[in-house]
Write a protein that binds this ligand. Structure first.
Ligand SMILES: Nc1ncnc2c1ncn2[C@@H]1O[C@H](COP(=O)(O)OP(=O)(O)O)[C@@H](O)[C@H]1O
Ligand SMILES: [Mg+2]
Length: 264
């Protein structure tokens, strides 16, 4: 059953000097327990779409339904994990993880139990009493992930959460996130410009194209677990998505050449 329905979303940004249509006719459905990656080149509107789902940005037209209820503002049924961790530096790790649950008025005992469970999952047991400034970038993002998972919202929205990390740290976190999702079956929308991340994590990959941002294709990833980047099926899907995206780049370059010729 689909938990989230995105119906014909359009978004146009209007400023004094120009009007930009950023999203055009976006239609998507997400099933409970599904991990969806939205992939597309920089500027194609991924963050805008995620912000609309989060309720942080208003669509120009269209509707979004979560569990059958139309949404238009932020709510506790959705949690967002950004590229920058947005942790509270003056709180200890454990208090950061418990923060969202405290807002939800979960009892002290229950939130401590849950916080420790998720700190365990992100491999940060033993760091409960550390301060954020004592942690590396990767560890901070683990804390943010534990905090986001612990509130148990209906859907978790992630916007390039690991893109500020070095490659090695990022790959370890991708593997851990994938394993956590296989066991917890959280419903997640994960935005990235990185095709490898998308194929590694997703049940289904939504490929976007730009100007205006549209859904170009939806590709189901049926790769055996554990996913191996060196396997033929993995390489074939990554290639397929990259060639879809480069077709767009070529078309855009062609259009630009044509415009350039027209101008001359
Ligand atoms: N607040 C805004 N005002 C005007 N234009 C915006 C605003 N936010 C985003 N855009 C435009 O929308 C397009 C898509 O941006 P974004 O959603 O950030 O893309 P992505 O996350 O895929 O890189 C960009 O061309 C950007 O200039
Ligand atoms: Mg973005």
């Amino acid at each position: 059953m689909s938990i989230l329905k995105i119906n014909n979303i359009n978004k146009t940004f209007i400023s004094k000097h120009k009007t930009v249509q950023t999203l055009k006719n976006i239609n998507l459905e997400i099933e409970a327990g599904e991990f969806i990656c939205i992939v597309g080149s920089s500027g194609c509107g991924k963050t805008t779409l995620l912000n609309i789902v989060a309720g942080l940005e208003k669509a120009t037209s269209g509707n979004i339904f979560l569990n059958g209820r139309e949404i238009s503002s932020p709510g506790i049924d959705r949690t967002v994990l950004f590229q920058e961790h947005a942790l509270f530096p003056w709180l200890r790790v454990i208090d950061n993880v418990e923060f969202g649950m405290k807002m939800l008025r979960i009892s002290k005992k229950d939130r401590r139990e849950k916080a420790l469970k998720y700190l365990d999952m992100v491999k940060l047991r033993g760091f409960e009493n550390s301060f954020i400034h004592e942690l590396s970038g990767g560890m901070r993002q683990r804390v943010a992930l534990a905090r986001a998972l612990a509130v148990d919202s209906d859907i978790l929205l992630m916007d390039e959460p690991f893109s500020a990390l070095d490659n090695q740290t990022k790959n370890i976190l991708l593997e851990e996130l994938h394993n956590i999702c296989l066991t917890t079956k959280k419903t997640i929308i994960f935005v990235t410009h990185n095709v490898d991340e998308a194929v590694y994590l997703a049940d289904k990959v939504v490929v976007m194209e730009s100007s205006p941002g549209r859904v170009k294709n939806v590709i189901y990833i049926n790769i055996n677990e554990p996913r191996k980047r060196s396997s033929l099926e993995y390489i074939a899907i990554v290639d397929e998505i990259i060639s879809e995206m480069s077709k767009e780049t070529e078309n855009k370059a062609g259009e630009k050449d044509y415009e350039h010729e027209k101008d001359n």
